[in-house]
Design a binder for this molecule. Structure first.
Ligand code: 5GP
Ligand code: ZN
Length: 114
């Protein structure tokens, strides 16, 4: 996906405020944060949306969650709490079509959403 903004951040072709990188995922601060801590955890490989996931991706998705947990601890929000969100397509509010897990915290989140 040559024109995917998150692929470009993963490859280092454009700058991102990266907080974590490993063989499977990259995590960086959201450019337009919705909370005091707003970090996106993305797979290094391009996947359009949750609709495109296959069974072989299950370890990758699990790794995205354990990475989010570790970053929450690094950011000092593990105990106060946080929210993990993955939006899908128009009704889900997805605007970037490279799957990403939002890690939001640092203030009480509103609920219910929608
Ligand atoms: P979505 O609406 O697809 O669930 O979330 C996309 C998120 O990506 C938004 O919160 C938006 O602010 C963020 N975003 C869009 N473009 C960029 C970018 O170029 N860099 C970074 N760091 N975040 C971006
Ligand atoms: Zn991509």
């Amino acid at each position: 996906m040559t024109d995917c903004i998150f692929c470009k951040i993963v490859k280092g072709e454009i700058s991102g405020n990266i907080v974590h990188r490993d063989e499977q995922v990259t995590a960086f601060r959201d450019i337009n944060p919705s909370a005091p801590t707003h970090i996106l955890i993305v797979p290094n490989k391009h996947v359009d949306s949750v609709n495109m996931l296959i069974a072989d991706d299950e370890p990758l998705i699990g790794h995205m969650f354990t990475t989010a947990k570790n970053i929450a601890a690094q950011e000092g929000i593990a105990e106060s709490g946080y929210r993990l969100i993955m939006n899908t397509n128009a009704d889900g509010g997805q605007t970037v079509f490279h799957i990403h897990l939002h890690l939001l915290g640092g203030a009480p989140m509103k609920y219910p959403m929608g």
